[in-house]
Design a protein around this ligand. Structure first.
Ligand code: NDP
Ligand code: 8X3
Length: 248
C-alpha cells in the first residue's frame, strides 16, 4: 500500500484529495488542527487514514510527529503540502501585524517544516512526489493581496529550487497554482464573515475542491519519467484585470 501525507485535510483541497487517494488505495497520514474533523475522517475511513492533530507552525511538534510515525507509515511516496491561508484583503499598511505573521508562519515556515521533516523519508523511496499548493496569487498581484501573494510566490520559486536540489533522485516536485476556488478559504480570509465570503463566489462559476483532487490524481498517474513543474488554472469565468493607471 502506498503512503501519502497531506496537510490541511479538514477542509477544501486537502479533504477532497484525501478522499481521492483513499479510493486509489493509498493510506493517508492526515494533518490538520481541528481534531473533531479528523475523528470523523477516521470513523469514515478506518485505518486507511492516520490522523495527526498538528499545527504546522509548531516546529517542534512537526518534527516530533514525523519522528514518531509508526515504522509502517514511514514509506511516504507522496507529500501534498497544502495547508495554508489568506487573512484580510486590506492595503498592506493597514493589515493586522498578527495576520501578516500568521500567513508567513503557515504558508512559508510551516510549509517548510513539513517539507524538511518529510523529505528525508521520501529520499529512501524508489519514486516519490512532492505536490505544493501555490496560487495564481504568486504571479498575479491584486489589490489587498500583498503578503498572501508574496507567500505564494515563495511556494512557486521554492518548488523549482527544490526540484533542482533533487536532481539525480526520483523525487518529482509540482507546484499547483489555482485561481478562484470555493472552499473555506474566503471564510477564513474574512474571519467568519460568511456574507462577505459568499460574495466572492456570487454569480460566477468557480473551481471546486474536487477539481483540484482530480488534477492531483492526474499528475500522479503520469509515467515515471514526466515531471509536471507547475500547473496554473483558473475557472473559465476568471481572467486577469490588467494594470491600473490612476487618473490625475
Ligand atoms: P481551506 O480553508 O478550505 O482549507 C485549508 C486547510 O488548511 C484546512 O484543512 C485547515 O485545517 C488547514 N490549516 C490551516 N492552517 C493550518 C495550520 N497552522 N496547521 C495545520 N493545518 C492548517 O482552504 P483551501 O482548501 O482552499 O486551501 C488549501 C491551499 O490551497 C492553501 O494553501 C491555499 O492558500 C491554496 N489555494 C486556495 C485557493 C482558493 O481559492 N480556495 C486558490 C489557490 C490556492 P485546520 O483549520 O483544521 O487546521
Ligand atoms: C487563492 C486565490 O485569487 O484569492 O490563492 O488569491 S486568490
Amino acid at each position: 500500500m502506498k503512503i501519502a501525507l497531506i496537510t490541511g485535510v479538514s477542509s477544501g483541497f486537502g479533504l477532497e484529495t484525501l478522499k481521492a487517494l483513499v479510493e486509489l488505495d493509498y493510506k493517508v497520514i492526515a494533518i490538520a488542527r481541528r481534531e473533531e474533523r479528523l475523528h470523523k475522517l477516521q470513523e469514515l475511513y478506518g485505518d486507511k487514514v492516520h490522523p495527526i492533530v498538528l499545527d504546522v507552525r509548531d516546529k517542534q511538534a512537526v518534527f516530533n510527529a514525523i519522528d514518531k510515525l509508526p515504522q509502517e507509515l514511514t514509506n511516504i511516496s507522496l507529500l501534498v503540502n497544502n495547508a495554508g491561508l489568506a487573512l484580510g484583503l486590506d492595503e498592506f499598511d493597514s493589515l493586522d501585524i498578527e495576520d501578516i505573521e500568521t500567513m508567513i508562519d503557515t504558508n512559508i515556515k510551516g510549509f517548510l517544516y513539513i517539507a524538511r521533516a518529510v523529505l528525508p523519508l521520501m529520499r529512501k523511496m524508489q519514486n516519490a512526489h512532492v505536490i505544493n499548493l501555490g496560487s495564481i496569487a504568486a504571479n498575479v498581484p491584486y489589490y489587498g493581496g500583498n503578503v498572501y501573494c508574496g507567500t505564494k510566490a515563495f511556494v512557486a520559486q521554492f518548488s523549482k529550487a527544490l526540484r533542482t536540489d533533487l536532481r539525480g533522485s526520483n523525487i518529482k516536485v509540482t507546484n499547483i497554482a489555482p485561481g478562484l476556488c470555493k472552499t473555506e478559504f474566503s471564510e477564513v480570509r474574512f474571519k467568519g464573515d460568511v456574507k462577505k465570503a459568499d460574495g466572492v463566489y456570487e454569480n460566477t462559476k468557480y473551481i471546486q475542491a474536487k477539481d483540484i483532487a482530480k488534477i492531483i490524481t492526474f499528475i500522479i498517474s503520469l509515467p515515471e519519467h514526466i515531471n509536471i513543474n507547475e500547473i496554473e488554472l483558473m475557472p473559465v469565468t476568471q481572467t486577469w484585470a490588467g494594470t491600473f493607471s490612476e487618473k490625475i
